[in-house]
Ligand binder design. Structure first.
Ligand SMILES: Cc1cc2nc3c(=O)[nH]c(=O)nc-3n(C[C@H](O)[C@H](O)[C@H](O)COP(=O)(O)O)c2cc1C
Length: 354
């Protein structure tokens, strides 16, 4: 049995997971990913008001799934939180974590490292250690600190190509993942700590990306942008169409703070920005349009519904640099199985060529 499968026994190797995309990855997407032998994360984000409802739905959906119904020890999905929301979120989430015991919590974007410690300790206490701790990060320094202070089960190493929020300043997966792996291995040997598994995120769109991540040292992968093309992702058709139409993400996407400002989500710590497809809002901001006017036009565009998205429209289209590889709508189950099986095939074909 491959390593991660011991903790998530319904999953198949290599582990394929969907990121906890706030407002986008809800119970439907998460349980479909898990039912396909992956691990789906529900994005609770910074607001626990819908958490109990989503976990109850996930429980009902898991009970209907041949793959998941026998795994009653934990709820076979994960739940993701944005820690900058503060300790009130933790207080609200804890009783629900205790009640449902999801397989994992995904912690991201703290304002200070102490928050990670409080979330880790309280979650472990609330669920008797059944809920594993995943922490998403993007630097060697953060990986060492998080390993030392939290000893999470999983480090999600997020490269700069990732869609949605990530560090404004960080490297791509190819150099970053092995450097983090080496540094964390050395730390764990020196301090006699259990080494966390590494899961790769950022720019992985298909089996080729997943195979590359595994070759770099990852035990599994997380995808966000690719799952935007799944009907189970909770997004408007206009958003999905804009993702399917976009290509050449190195020049057509950018990470920045413009959409947080336009949408009023200004609580993110300074070092984070969101990567999305460039459009009229970006071009106008670059030409010097005032934020007030840009916001007025943004609010107007919201009223247009699906026509508000696209490279010549204005609405937020968070997506990663790999967006050009997302070409067709496919079920979450289909994506999860395709990426896992293609990765295995590619790795064994590559090995046979050497
Ligand atoms: C639309 C969108 C929303 C996201 N929202 C969150 C979030 O709320 N919390 C989080 O930890 N990560 C979030 N992410 C980042 C993902 O967890 C993951 O790091 C990223 O999607 C991986 O890169 P990829 O998009 O190239 O697959 C989001 C990503 C996307 C595309």
């Amino acid at each position: 049995m491959a390593d991660l499968q011991k903790d998530y026994p319904w999953t198949k190797s290599p582990l394929v997971s969907c990121g906890p995309m706030r407002l986008v990855a809800l119970s439907k997407l998460a349980t479909e990913v898990s039912a396909a032998g992956g691990l789906g994360f529900i994005g609770i984000g910074n607001d626990a008001s819908t958490m109990e409802d989503e976990l109850e739905k996930a429980k009902q959906q898991a009970a209907q799934s041949n793959t998941l119904r026998d795994h009653k020890d934990v709820l076979p999905v994960g739940v993701g939180f944005l820690l900058w929301a503060g300790d009130k979120l933790l207080e609200e989430a804890l009783p629900i974590l205790k009640k449902y015991k999801p397989a994992a919590v995904w912690l991201f974007a703290p304002t200070e490292p102490g928050q990670l410690v409080r979330w880790t300790e309280s979650t472990r206490q609330a669920t008797g250690g059944k809920t594993k701790i995943w922490v998403q990060l993007s630097t060697v320094g953060d990986a060492l600190e998080v390993t030392r202070i939290c000893q999470p089960e999983v480090l999600v190493v997020q490269g700069t190509d990732a869609g949605g929020h990530g560090l404004e300043k960080c490297a791509g997966l190819v150099p970053m993942l092995p450097e983090i792996d080496d540094a964390v291995t050395a730390l764990c040997e020196e301090q006699k700590l259990r080494k966390p598994y590494i899961v790769a995120a950022g720019g992985i769109m298909d089996g080729r990306g997943a195979a590359a991540a595994i070759a770099l040292g990852a035990s599994g992968v997380t995808m966000g942008t690719r799952y935007l093309a799944a009907p189970e992702a909770n997004i408007a058709q206009g958003y999905r169409d804009a993702v399917l139409r976009a290509s050449d993400g190195g020049v057509t996407t950018e990470r920045g703070k413009l959409y947080d400002t336009l949408r009023g989500t200004t609580d993110w710590p300074l070092r984070y920005g969101g990567r999305g497809v460039l459009n009229e809002s970006h071009r106008d901001a670059a030409k010097g349009m005032s934020m007030d006017e840009n916001k007025r036009l943004y609010d107007e565009a919201v009223k247009k519904g699906d026509d508000g998205w696209g490279q010549n429209a204005r609405l937020t289209t968070y997506a990663g640099a790999g967006v050009g590889l997302v070409k067709q709508i496919k079920s979450a189950k289909g994506i999860t199985e395709e990426v896992r099986e293609d990765a295995k095939r590619i790795l064994s074909r590559a090995a046979s060529r050497l």
